[in-house]
Ligand binder design. Structure first.
Ligand SMILES: Nc1nc2c(ncn2[C@@H]2O[C@H](COP(=O)(O)OP(=O)(O)OP(=O)(O)O)[C@@H](O)[C@H]2O)c(=O)[nH]1
Ligand SMILES: [Mg+2]
Length: 301
């Protein structure tokens, strides 16, 4: 700190050292410049601050440019990611399952960054992520590693092992999606399906273009998540259309906590209709284990 520095300057300098982002740092530096002593002897000192401001502004612009185009994807609660070689039809599948409208083309390496769409199935919103082809620059192992379900999209049998060998995520469920089945005659189709069965893959043979077997694919995706759906509501009101998603064998307490942190402490009791109830409207406590498609009504203090 220079001699005769003001109290404001000291405060700004404190902010500068405490700043966590470049933007905060820049703001603090600008404050420092405003409050720095303006006499002749401090000219070099002010010049130093100006230089720091200039450099920081450039760095911010540069990092903004670098991050542009790289879409951040906030992982949905239920997420399936499309992985495969170029041209296998990943984007066509995204388009046929969801509201998304990705670029589709026959020339290869069409998708260069992740695209997302939402598949609404059985009351649940499932996030489907379309990725650039595996082994291309834009392919994102990070997204695949965090995903719940991997849709391995192929148009030839030999592609399956090639892709599986390249996957690092060993936790996610895998569904082999054999696409473009419309290109084959009945006999070849049957042989392909036999081979997939013999290899014991969890698979579905579809045509994204001709919309064949898409319902099977949707069901397989939904089942891969191993979740239960609970519909909740306040007394006297209609239940929510969008269920709360829970792992199997969750308790009423866990359900309440998922809805709102500390909510379980406010609950006197609840009533349940559906699979986990002995009779309609049964009164239950926090330790009650809920089941798929239960309807729960909460009573708070
Ligand atoms: N016959 C047939 N063609 C299909 C089917 N699905 C996709 N295609 C065609 O295959 C080509 C590639 O489709 P895309 O959906 O762009 O493939 P992709 O896997 O996203 O390709 P990349 O983004 O390059 O990885 C296009 O010409 C599609 O029209 C299908 O079920 N049957
Ligand atoms: Mg694509």
């Amino acid at each position: 700190m220079p001699i005769n520095a003001s109290f404001e300057y000291a405060k700004a300098e404190e902010k500068y050292y405490a700043a966590k982002t470049d933007e905060e740092r820049l703001k603090a530096l600008e404050e420092m410049l405003r409050s720095a002593p303006a006499h002749k002897g401090s000219e070099k000192f002010r010049g130093d601050i100006r230089l720091k401001i200039k450099k920081l502004r450039e760095a911010i612009v540069k990092s903004k440019k670098a991050s542009k185009g790289k879409k951040g994807i906030k992982k949905g609660e239920l997420q399936a990611v499309l992985v495969g070689l170029t041209n296998s039809g990943k984007s066509s599948i995204l388009k046929s399952l969801t509201n998304a409208d990705p670029k589709i083309a026959s020339y290869g390496f069409t998708t260069t960054e992740p695209e997302i769409g939402t598949l609404n199935y059985s009351g649940c919103n499932i996030q489907i992520v379309d990725l650039p082809p595996i082994a291309s620059i834009g392919f994102n192992h990070g997204i695949v590693n965090n995903s719940d379900t991997i849709l391995v999209v192929v148009e030839k049998l030999h592609e399956i092992e090639e892709i599986l060998n390249n996957l690092r995520n060993k936790k996610a469920k895998q569904i082999i999606v054999f696409n473009k089945i419309d290109l084959y005659d009945e006999n070849t189709k049957r042989k392909i399906i036999e081979t997939l069965k013999t290899k014991k893959y969890n698979f579905v043979a579809i045509s994204a273009e001709k919309k064949e077997n898409l319902e099977d694919l949707k069901e397989k995706i939904f089942k891969s998540f191993n979740i239960i759906r609970i519909y909740t509501h306040q007394p006297g009101k209609k239940e929510d259309d969008v269920p709360v998603i829970m792992p199997p064998d969750s308790t009423l307490e866990q359900l309440a906590e998922k809805i709102l942190h500390e909510y379980s402490k406010k609950i006197k009791y609840a009533k349940v209709w559906g699979p986990s109830s002995k009779f309609a409207g049964q009164k239950i406590g926090l330790k009650h284990i809920v089941k798929d498609k239960d309807i729960i009504e909460f009573y708070t203090e």
